[in-house]
Design a protein around this ligand. Structure first.
Ligand code: NDP
Ligand code: GDR
Length: 366
């Protein structure tokens, strides 16, 4: 996929008086980035996404909305190479794109992996957010574009071991390098709001899932396995702690809350959650049960998936988001699980065709 920067370096080229609102999204290739892009395009925005260089294409989640920049007049989503570890790229694209809203969604977002690569996680998640905030601050200072609004993708992982229900007033007790880095990014964002008057919001989002969820997060790992077991491509599913509980919502609902935070008169921080909590085991029961399977026949506990420190129980109190933003989730737990299973059964059926035709190895795990 060609990025704008391969063809021209002009970005949108529009000034502040442009009719279209312009959004800049880091992490556009991730689960939330794809839903947020669809949502903002639907609102009439021009959307610019920063993508990082990868040896394989990493744009699968946004390919369906991509229009080749050679048809630039038709394309309202544009992609540019940058990285949260490269401050110069962040400032350069801010100056070129001149966005009205900046959504910082990029992260090394896997909690277990953050124990394996803690320095890198801190560099992207904590210092990366600081680099972007500083780029926005200096861009405003040099251009006078003080109306820019900034969204920081905060996480319920910051609450860690503090018992539920967790609200904006609940103290943080992070349990991983990822969570500690998100807590730093949270406070950098508060600091830039207080120190420089930046319109900056922290969304403290509880787990949100979808058929586009990365395949090594527990929900998608389970629904992928259900699909593959159902069509006979796999028999076992190896998991870690089944007793952890999470407040699981639908990503498509949560990106609307991000946008709503940036449409208020004053910047603030908001918890976004369904206010229901379910264990990993309950997720298994619903997902396997939905297609007539018993999870006990397939799940094997593997110690390697236990974490050095666990977050046992998350359940949000989203009263403030409901009251101030008028936001509420549309998709509940059972509907979410079934939506993911339905999609993954279809995906497994397509894989099965390839396996049966000899184009793919059944053991090839996602
Ligand atoms: P994903 O892991 O699906 O997406 C992360 C995105 O960040 C990808 O686009 C990834 O690019 C990009 N990225 C990673 N490292 C860098 C880097 N160094 N420079 C630039 N981009 C980078 O996450 P989600 O969409 O699920 O989550 C979005 C954000 O919300 C994250 O910050 C996450 O921590 C946070 N969050 C998520 C929750 C959830 O339940 N999903 C809950 C609370 C917070 P690539 O595609 O190339 O890997
Ligand atoms: P989480 O999501 O850590 O909450 O972070 P994940 O799906 O990875 O884990 C949820 C719970 O399931 C348990 N678990 C397993 N997890 C994974 N990944 N793989 C397994 O095999 C497995 N077995 C059991 C975990 O121990 C945990 O308790 C997600 C990410 O999206 C973060 O970026 C985000 O900030 C938080 O949600 C809110």
């Amino acid at each position: 996929m060609a990025t704008d920067s391969e063809n021209s370096r002009s970005g949108s080229g529009n000034g502040d008086a442009a009719a279209l609102k312009v959004a800049l999204i880091t992490g556009i290739t991730g689960q939330d980035g794809s839903y947020l892009t669809e949502f903002l395009l639907g609102k009439g925005y021009e959307v610019h996404g920063l993508i990082r260089r990868s040896s394989n294409f990493n744009t699968q989640r946004i390919n369906h909305i991509y229009i080749d920049p050679h048809n630039a007049h038709k394309a309202r989503m544009k992609l540019h190479y940058a990285d949260l570890t490269d401050a110069s790229s962040l400032r350069r694209w801010l100056d070129t794109i001149r966005p009205d809203e900046v959504y910082n969604l990029a992260a090394q977002s896997h909690v277990a992996v953050s124990f394996e690569i803690p320095d890198y996680t801190a560099d992207v998640v904590a210092t990366g957010a600081l680099r972007l905030l500083e780029a926005v601050r200096s861009h405003i200072q040099d251009t006078g574009r003080a109306h820019i609004r900034y969204y920081q993708a905060g996480s319920s992982e910051m609450f860690g071991s503090t018992p539920p229900p967790q609200s904006e007033a609940t103290p943080f007790h992070p349990r991983s390098p990822y969570a500690a880095s998100k807590a730093a990014a949270h406070w950098y964002t508060v600091n830039y709001r207080e120190a420089y008057g930046l319109y900056a919001c922290n969304g403290i989002l509880f787990n949100h899932e979808s058929p586009r969820r990365g395949e090594n997060f527990v929900t998608r790992k389970i629904t992928r396995a259900v699909g593959r077991i159902k069509v006979g491509l796999q028999s076992k599913l190896y998991l870690g702690n089944l007793q952890a509980s999470r407040d699981w919502g639908f990503a498509g609902d949560y990106v609307e809350a991000m946008w709503l935070m940036l449409q208020q008169e004053k910047p603030d921080d908001y918890v976004v959650a369904t206010e229901e909590s379910h264990s990993v085991q309950e997720f298994l029961e619903v997902a396997f049960g939905y297609v007539g399977l018993n999870w006990n026949d397939h799940v094997v506990i593997d110690k390697r998936y236990f974490r050095p420190a666990e977050v046992d129980n998350l359940k949000g109190d989203a009263g403030k988001a409901k009251q101030v933003l008028g936001w509420k989730p549309k998709v509940g737990f059972e509907k979410l699980v079934k939506m993911m299973v339905d999609e993954d059964v279809e995906l497994a059926k397509r894989e099965k065709v390839l396996v049966d035709a000899g184009y793919m190895d059944a053991q090839q795990q996602p």
